[in-house]
Design a protein around this ligand. Structure first.
Ligand code: TPP
Length: 575
C-alpha cells in the first residue's frame, strides 16, 4: 500500500462515513485511495467548510469526523474551524499535506512551519516522517481526539510519504541529477539514504485496528454525594450542555435518566432536543431566574462561561455540582461544591440508577412551568404582529409547525438564530447544531453537509442570518454537486443586526453593519439549487412547504425571507 492507501485503510477501519476535503497535490493519493475503498469524498469550496463538516459528523455520531486539506494555505484556512471545534469539544481529525520531507525549509511550494500555527488549536499534532508510521499515527489521532475532553487532532503527512515508492524514488533520483562531481555524488548518496529512511520497514503489512478509548468516570463516592444533594434539594435544577452528549450513541439513555431523576432541566448547545419537543421536565425560558432560585444546580457538561453569566446566575448558597470531563471547565469562574470529573452523560445515568434519591418537587416544577407558559404566550402575541414584510417570530413559529419530526436544525447567524433558539423546538436528541462558545459565523454550510452525511434520511434546515450566509453561499455548489438537499432559510434583514442593535444604541452610528436586500435566492439558482423569495408574510407558509417538497425531491433550496425589524432580542448582549 502507498501512504494514501494506508491512511484510507485507517479511516475505513474507524467507520468514517465521509472524508471532507478541498483538493491539493499534496493530498491527492489519500483522496483517490479513500474513494477506491468506497468512502464518500465530499469536496467543498473552502477548507473551513471541510472542517466544519467533520465537526458536525463528530457531534452527531460521537465518532471523529475527518477532513483532509493541502499544505500551507489549505491548512491555514482551517484555523477558525479548528478553534471552533476545540472550544466545542468536538473530536475531529484533520489530515494535512506538507512539502516533501527533503525540501522542507528550502523554499518549496506552500512550505511553512505548520506546527506552531496549528498546535494551539488542537489536542495533538503528529508530524509523520516515515511511511510505516502513517497508519499508527492516524490511529493514535482517532483515540486522542475522543480521549478525555474531546477535541481536534492534526496529522501532518508530507507528500513524499503518500505516493507509491517507485514514484518517489524516481522523483528523488531526478532531483539528484547525474553529475559526477563529488558534491553531486554526495547529494545522490544523501537523497538515496533519505528515501530509504522514508520507506524503512514499509514492506511490512500494516495492521489497522481502532482502539477503544476509556470512558472517563467520576468516582462512586462523588455520585453518592451528588445524588444525596439532589435528593435533599427543595429546588433542584439540571443544566445539560454539549459535552454531556460526547457519547452521542447514548443520547436516548441519557434522556431516560433525566426523566427518572425528576428535576427540571434546561438544555443548551448540542443537548437541545434531548428531551423531545414536549417533556414536562424540560424548561425552555427564564433560565436565569430559575438558576437564581435553585438551591442545588447540576451543571452537566456546561461551564460557567458567559452563557451562564460566569456563574453569577447561580446563588452562592446553592450546592453546585459540576460534571465535566475537564477540571478547568468544571472550575471555570466558580468552584463547585461537588466536582464530578468524567463523562457528564454517564454521570447522570449513574445518578438516576440510585433509586430512592429522586429529586421530584412538583411545586417547584409547576412554578417553572408557569413561567415557561407565560413566555410562550408572550411569544404567541409577538408572532401575531404583522408588518410590511415577515415577522421573524412568526417565521419560526411557522417553521416549527412545518419541519419534519426528524429535522436537524443548523444555526448560523446573530439575532436571527438567537430568536430561533427560543422558538423552534428541536425534535429529538442531537437535532440542533450551533457553533458553541466560539460564536463563529460561517459554520452553517459545513455543519449542514456534516448533518446530511451523519443523518442521510433526515430533513435539514439551515437557519442563516443574511450576514452569516455570505461565508457559505458558495457551498450551495457543494450541496448541488453532491446531491445533498438542504433547506436554507436566509433571514434577510439587510443587516448584521446583532451588532447593529447595540452599536447604534451606544455609538449612534451603523457604520459597517448595513447590508442590502440581496437576492440570495438568485445566487442559489446560479449554483443550480432552487431559490425562493418571501417578501410578505402571506407567502411564508406555502413557500416553506414548497421548500420542504423541493428538498424531499432531492434538490437543495434556499428561501430568502425579507424580515421586518424586531425588538425580540432587545437588550441582549453577549460578551
Ligand atoms: C466569524 C465572525 N465574525 C464576526 C462575528 C461578530 N458577529 C456576531 S453576530 C454578527 C451579526 C450576524 O449577522 P447576521 O448573520 O445577518 O444575523 P442577524 O444578527 O442580522 O440576525 C456578527 C458580525 C462573529 N461572531 N463571527
Amino acid at each position: 500500500m502507498n501512504g494514501g492507501e494506508r491512511l484510507a485503510a485507517v479511516l475505513v477501519a474507524h467507520g468514517v462515513p465521509a472524508l471532507f476535503t478541498l483538493c491539493g497535490g499534496h493530498i491527492s493519493p489519500l483522496l483517490v485511495a479513500a474513494k477506491a475503498r468506497g468512502m464518500r469524498v465530499v469536496d467543498v469550496r473552502d477548507e473551513a467548510t471541510a472542517v466544519f463538516g467533520a465537526d458536525a459528523i463528530a457531534r452527531l455520531t460521537g465518532t471523529p469526523g475527518v477532513a483532509a486539506v493541502t499544505a500551507g494555505p489549505g491548512l491555514t484556512n482551517t484555523i477558525t474551524a479548528l478553534k471552533n471545534a476545540q472550544l466545542a469539544h468536538s473530536p475531529l481529525v484533520l489530515i494535512g499535506g506538507a512539502a516533501p520531507t527533503a525540501l522542507q525549509g528550502r523554499g518549496a511550494l506552500q512550505d511553512i512551519e505548520q506546527r506552531p500555527l496549528i498546535a494551539p488549536h488542537v489536542k495533538l499534532v503528529r508530524q509523520v516522517r516515515r511511511v510505516v508510521d502513517l497508519g499508527p499515527a492516524l490511529t493514535e489521532a482517532f483515540a486522542a481526539a475522543r480521549d478525555g475532553v474531546p477535541g481536534p487532532v492534526f496529522v501532518e503527512c508530507p507528500v513524499d510519504l503518500l505516493y507509491d515508492e517507485t514514484v518517489i524514488r524516481q522523483w528523488y533520483a531526478e532531483a539528484a541529477g547525474r553529475g559526477k562531481s563529488v558534491p553531486e555524488r554526495l547529494l545522490r548518496w544523501y537523497l538515496r539514504r533519505h528515501v530509504d529512511r522514508l520507506f524503512e520497514r514499509s514492506a511490512q503489512p500494516s495492521v489497522v485496528r481502532a482502539f477503544e478509548v476509556r470512558l472517563p468516570r467520576a468516582g462512586e463516592g462523588v455520585v453518592g454525594r451528588a445524588a444525596a444533594a439532589l435528593a435533599r434539594a427543595e429546588r433542584p435544577l439540571i443544566v445539560v450542555g454539549s459535552q454531556a452528549l460526547a457519547q452521542a450513541g447514548n443520547a436516548a439513555r441519557l434522556a431516560k435518566a433525566l426523566s427518572e431523576l425528576g428535576a427540571p432541566v434546561y438544555l443548551s448547545g448540542m443537548a437541545r432536543g434531548l428531551l423531545g419537543r414536549e417533556h414536562p421536565l424540560h424548561m425552555r425560558h427564564a433560565r436565569r431566574e430559575a438558576l437564581r432560585a435553585a438551591d442545588c444546580v447540576l451543571l452537566a457538561g456546561v461551564a460557567c462561561d458567559f452563557r451562564l453569566d460566569y456563574g453569577r446566575h447561580i446563588r452562592r448558597a446553592a450546592t453546585l455540582i459540576a460534571a465535566n470531563r475537564g477540571a478547568r471547565e468544571a472550575r471555570l469562574n466558580r468552584r463547585p461544591s461537588i466536582e464530578a470529573l468524567g463523562d457528564a452523560g454517564e454521570f447522570i445515568e449513574r445518578l438516576a440508577a440510585r433509586a430512592g434519591e429522586r429529586a421530584r418537587r412538583p411545586a417547584w416544577i409547576d412554578e417553572l412551568r408557569a413561567r415557561d407558559a407565560e413566555r410562550e404566550a408572550d411569544i404567541d402575541a409577538r408572532a401575531a404582529k404583522t408588518g410590511e414584510h415577515v415577522n421573524p417570530v412568526a417565521l419560526f413559529r411557522a417553521m416549527d409547525r412545518i419541519a419534519a419530526d426528524d429535522a436537524v436544525f443548523v444555526a448560523d447567524g446573530g439575532d436571527f438564530v438567537a430568536t430561533a433558539s427560543y422558538i423552534l423546538r428541536p425534535r429529538s436528541p442531537l437535532s440542533w447544531l450551533d457553533p458553541g462558545v466560539f460564536g463563529t459565523l460561517g459554520v452553517g454550510a459545513g455543519f449542514a453537509l456534516g448533518a446530511a452525511l451523519a443523518r442521510p434520511a433526515s430533513e435539514r434546515w439551515l437557519l442563516w442570518g443574511d450576514g452569516a450566509s455570505g461565508y457559505g453561499l458558495a457551498e450551495l455548489d457543494s450541496f448541488v454537486r453532491h446531491g445533498i438537499p438542504v433547506i436554507a432559510v436566509v433571514g434577510n434583514d439587510a443587516s448584521w443586526a446583532q451588532i447593529a442593535r447595540e452599536q447604534e444604541k451606544l455609538l449612534h452610528d451603523d457604520v459597517g453593519t448595513v447590508l442590502a436586500r440581496t437576492a440570495y435566492h438568485e445566487v442559489a439558482r446560479g449554483f443550480g439549487a432552487e431559490g425562493f423569495v418571501v417578501e410578505h408574510q402571506r407567502d411564508l407558509e406555502w413557500t416553506l412547504r414548497r421548500a420542504r417538497e423541493t428538498a424531499a425531491a432531492g434538490r437543495p433550496v434556499l428561501v430568502n425571507v425579507w424580515l421586518d425589524k424586531t425588538d425580540f432580542r432587545e437588550g441582549s448582549i453577549s460578551m
